[in-house]
Write a protein that binds this ligand. Sequence first.
Ligand SMILES: Nc1ncnc2c1ncn2[C@@H]1O[C@H](COP(=O)(O)OP(=O)(O)OP(=O)(O)O)[C@@H](O)[C@H]1O
Length: 982
Amino acid sequence: MEDLKEKDSTGSYVEPRIPSITGFGQRRVNGKPKKVLDYSFELNSGIPKIDVCLRLKPRLDDGSRRCDDTLAVLNDTTVSCYNGNTREDVTEYTFSSVFGPNVDQKEFFNTWVYDKVLRFLNGNSELLFAYGTTNAGKTYTMHGNLNDPGLIPRTLVFVFNTLNNKLMTQCKYKPDKVMAAHVLDEQLMGHEEEIRNKILNTLSYEKNQDDDKYSSQLDEGQIINGIDHLNSNNIGKIFDLLKNNEKASLDHGDVSYTVWATYSEIYNESIYDLFDINCSTSQKRIPLKLTLDQNKNVYVKGLTHVFIKSAEEAYKAMSFGRNNLKIASNTLNKSSSRSHCIFTLKLMRVENVESPSTAVISSITFCDLAGSERLKKTMNIGDRLAESKKINTSLLVLNKCFSVLRDNQKRGENHLVPFRESKLTQMFQTALTGINRTGISMSVNVDMSPSLFEETKQVLFMSAIVRSIAKSKPKNNSKPRPSFVVWAANNGKNSTQAKFKQNTIFENTDCDCSNSEKKIDNKDLETKVLEEKKKLKQELLSQFNKMLTDNNTFYNKQKETALKNKTEMYESKIERLKSYYLEKIQEKDEKLTSLLNSKQHNYTTNYVNNKSEIENYEFRIGEFQLQKEELVAEIDTLKTAHQEEIDIKNLEIKNLKNVQAEQQQDLDDKNQEIENYKIMLTEANLEYENMDDNLNKMYNKFDEACQLLEERDMEIERLTGSLEAKENLITEMENQQELQIAECAEKKILEYMEEKLQEIVSLEDNLKKEKMKHKKCLQDKSEIAKEYQNLKQQYRIRAKYVNQLTSSNTVLSSELADIKLKMTELKEQAAALESTLADNERRYNKELQAALKEKCEKPESKSIAVLTDISNVQLPLTIITDSDGKENKNTEKKSTRKCRIKTPMSITKKGKNNKYGGTPEMCEKMLDEVINNIPISTRKRRLFDNKPPLADNSNIPSDDLLDSILTPTSALHQTTKFRIKK
Ligand SMILES: Nc1ncnc2c1ncn2[C@@H]1O[C@H](COP(=O)(O)OP(=O)(O)OP(=O)(O)O)[C@@H](O)[C@H]1O
């Protein structure tokens, strides 16, 4: 282990590093650290690996809560990761270098990026990833803030400070694809200038509009995020801060440089051009496609290249691009990058500017990966959630690619690397496979918060894999290999020709050039490449041989330890299996006993109800008991049980007692219930005595009793059902147990048969005890059965009472019905009588009317007065007045007394005299007749003797009224004759 660390830190890498961190914040951790990944053989192999550094983000409460951190820095290259809360699960990880939370951007740049930028200036291509969880400080590492600018502004300053007076002022030469370049004509140069101005002036325009607003938006410590936060002031501030930064000296002879920049993002698995000048105006961004050039290098088709003259310009352009970038806030990061953001600076070195023959193109790419996110923690929804998923998927594919690359290298295999599964890996396929000899480096950003332990662990694990991948070794840094060489086809002679089509394209693979000089050069190049290839092969071969011998010794050691571990592991496995199967058997036995018990209980409770069934069940219990005994005997013969089992059996017996106590409790409950029923029954009897008064109450009680009865019946039904189910279960269990026992017997248990003899004897004793217990159980069962019989007896008595109640209810009901029937009959009779009375009355009235009418129609009648209304009686009365004073044949002329009828009636007079008259005797007689025919109350009894009274009395004139009618008066001296015609 120590050996490995030593080798690792002393320089298995391309460049030596300046160790800057000296194990800050070390603390004690529990447990023995383990290595997460076995990559020691690769580290020993001498082949340079991908440069992976670890950068730790300072905690907000830096210092005060160190002990909670998930990481402890052990030395410049190694950290140990552990669960900050439990202090366990300790794993060690080794990096090219580790940068603690106190390392500022300058130190980070100088230590980790400086050499890479230098290689870029010397014609190599570099790819720098910032990888980590969300909010871990990836964007901060790339961009920094106003006080402490990040890698990109520092790189820009360093590059332009170094190139300074060797930069071309015109964008005559433009890089394209991966290894191609154009010579631009005037028109195209104008076009490029236009794009450049549009991009750069957007910022100036914003500044002029509202300078103060923009200058105030970026706080000192605020991360640089786009045009919103940058204006010329802010950018000026940043570059003022950096202008005195050191620069390198390049000695490439008489050469000129042009610098171009591209900026793109991979958002939701689509690539977008962030330098697209139509981006802010167009509604929908158009995604770009990935294509292959003739050398099978992947590049983004149609990506805008912006001609850059200074570091400030580059940063301004970048700020323009960042304005189009997808940034959103989640619960962990206020301005979280929602996309993988890729900024590339392309450097084109041209010799002999006026008439160039070769060009060297190199690039440095900064890739700020979107952070891996735990969806639960970021609490993203909607679009954010979809973005998160895409981000996580593409990072997963990146991990997969790295893993496959590593496995391929380690095992010498050639499995397909899934580059095409995501745009990110597809875009960097060329670099990752080392086709164009791009130097890959990764900055792993980690937030040490203990709440992020799981995420941090995953990131570190991934880093360990990347760290173990070998990269192609540059031959000689002092004499850099260009990424590729571009051969001038016609030295720009055709450059004045028409637009895009007529511009000259330089590509080392474009072989349609006509001049012979180029062909010769190409041949030279081919032979050179072949030589290089041969050398490389030899180098690789020797390295692999060395690696193989190293591996052999390493593997032998590994084999020994692995063998030992395996033996130990299998031994413990056998032990575990043994105990597992014993446990299983005990479990089954336990279950069987409990089932038997429950069955016994069920049998007991249903004993009186279905004696024959119980007998059957008892028989079956006996069978089961026998089976159990057989099984136990089988178990004994198989000698699987041991002392532990005895303890468990004791426990079982205890449980059995508990179950029994529970059963007793149940029985008590039932008794209590029966007592309640008795009370209810007494109440019901009392109620029965007062049935006349409480008939309705009794009905309710009766209903309640019926309901309870139904419930009991249902309970009995349910119990019967569950009994059946239990039976099925027992059968199933028995089958299973048989199978299990057979299995156990076959597999493991037989081996221990001889050793367990002693234990079996004790088990037999235990079994005897258990049998005794079982006997006691059976006794208990018979007692319970007796109890149950008593209960049943009581239940029957109750049922009898209920039946009595029911029958008495029925008698009462029938009596009531009889009474009701009689009442209905009487009512009907009364109604019939009423109607007869009404008919009679109507008939009398009719007859009277007819008689009066007849009288009125007689010729001797001189004047007729019709009594149309006597107090609403509607009794027609004909008063006949003799006009000549002679006596009618039906009347008598005796009385000398005169009287007058005082009525409210209206009298119609007919005849000559128009006088009311008659003898008092006539009047009396007539009135007698009238009165006799009027159903008045005073005559009611006489009139309605043996007849029902009239239903409606309203038509009967009152006695007072009749008295008033019959009041004799001497005031009137009129003689009125009355004659009633019958
Ligand atoms: N080394 C550091 N020193 C000071 N502040 C830091 C450092 N690293 C990160 N931060 C701060 O942490 C916060 C989150 O950082 P940043 O936005 O860079 O995270 P990120 O990894 O890019 O997240 P995401 O993947 O969500 O975009 C910022 O406010 C930043 O200023």
